[in-house]
Design a binder for this molecule. Structure first.
Ligand SMILES: [Mg+2]
Length: 394
């Protein structure tokens, strides 16, 4: 029976292994094979953000106080964490996943759902596609990822955890309930320690046991969610993968300077970088914006802003930068004083796909070029690909 049933949906849950710790080992290979704990120094009051598998062998777990982790594993290497670096790796992770489908929903920096339904002609059968994802993540990021492949988010999520680290677990259609049945109830997202305890008191310890319970018995524990919890325990979960879970109202970046800016060329360079990031965010979300706004804070904290409506929506950072530069120039004409903070924001957003076909070939080419630039930025860091003019050329 295995492998013969058709897949109504192909959902992949991808979860990088011990992400922050693995990221640190990636740039400090001498840490490989050692217990590494990210989250703070042993004397501090922080909690463990991530622990390498070598540290986990000593009982160290995420969210544990650092002091406790230090008692369990005093010889571990303790690191404070570098979220800008993790963010950058996360973007590269997303970029690899988006080669397989545009239907990628990032649920945290190191975790995503992909919907590969109806994509077999592009990415191959589910198992082959999953192997390709693992290989590309390893080759391009140097990190291992654990995958669960199933017909729903829930089963994919549970499956990705079963063979960690570097796992790959495929749950064939029709075998969902049987796969979940022997697992402890606490494996299901949303069933916390308190519910586990209450279920134990009524004799329910496995997801199979939970799946067989009448709704009325579970109502005191789960309230209105009782019926849904039973469905989930049977592996039924219709929730879609939604790449734009929280549609943004605007995108933008701002930066405060350690030394106030006075040089107009320096100001222009910063505006360009902020516009570049805003443009990248727009393109990543598949959006265009119609209003460009700037914010400027002077040394004495006086804060001023200006905005302009564009003739056409855009995600093109060169256009955003040009408008932002003109707006800031007007502000500086009104008051020329050292600048403490600059911000660029794009608002009045709409889906990009509609705009693309409306304005002929040129915006489309620009759009493709910008995507290529995003790839380069993801690989080599933002700000490397800057037109000559901004670099101080003609
Ligand atoms: Mg993870």
């Amino acid at each position: 029976m295995s492998g013969t049933a058709p897949w109504p949906r192909v959902i992949v849950h991808a979860d990088l292994d011990a992400f922050f710790a693995a990221a640190e080992i990636l740039r400090r290979p001498e840490l490989r094979g050692k217990p590494v704990i990210v989250g703070g120094r042993p004397g501090g009051r922080g909690v463990v953000a991530a622990a390498s598998y070598e540290a986990r062998a000593y009982g160290v777990r995420s969210a544990m106080p650092i002091a406790q982790a230090a008692r369990l594993c005093p010889h571990a290497v303790f690191l404070p964490g570098d979220h800008a670096y993790y963010r950058e790796l996360s973007e590269r992770f997303r970029a690899v996943l988006e080669r397989f489908t545009p239907l990628v929903e990032m649920v945290s920096v190191d975790e995503a759902y992909l919907d590969l339904s109806h994509a077999e002609h592009l990415v191959g059968p589910p198992l082959a596609a999953a192997r390709a994802i693992k290989r590309q993540v390893r080759e391009e990021l140097g990190l291992t990822v654990s995958l669960g492949v199933a017909t729903s988010r829930l089963v994919a999520k549970i499956a990705s955890d079963l063979d960690k680290p570097d796992g790959l677990r495929l749950v064939e259609p029709g075998t969902e309930a049987a796969t979940l049945a022997p697992l402890p109830v606490g494996r299901m997202p949303g069933i916390g320690p308190k519910s586990v305890e209450r279920l134990q008191r009524i004799g329910v310890t496995t997801l199979g046991g939970l799946a067989r319970m009448p709704v009325a018995v579970l109502q005191p524990i789960f309230g209105r969610r009782a019926a849904e919890v039973i469905d989930r325990a049977r592996g039924i979960d219709p929730r879609p993968v939604n790449p734009a879970r929280e549609p943004a109202k605007s995108v933008g970046r701002e930066r405060t300077f350690s030394q106030d800016l006075t040089d107009p060329r320096e100001i222009e360079r910063v505006l360009y970088q902020l516009a570049e990031r805003a443009g990248r965010d727009l393109r990543r979300e598949g959006l265009h914006g119609r209003v460009v706004a700037v914010k400027l804070r002077y040394r004495d904290f006086e804060t001023v802003g200006r905005q302009r409506r564009l003739p056409q929506p855009t995600s093109d950072h060169q256009e955003i930068a040009a408008v932002a530069t003109a707006l800031v120039a007007r502000l500086l004409e009104a008051r020329r004083a050292p600048v403490r903070l600059l911000g660029v924001r794009v608002a009045a957003l709409s889906p990009a796909a509609i705009q693309l076909t409306m304005f002929g070939d040129d915006p489309l080419r620009r759009h493709r070029l910008n995507h290529a630039l995003d790839d380069l930025a993801a690989r080599y860091g933002a700000g490397l690909v800057v037109p000559g003019r901004v670099m101080g050329g003609a």
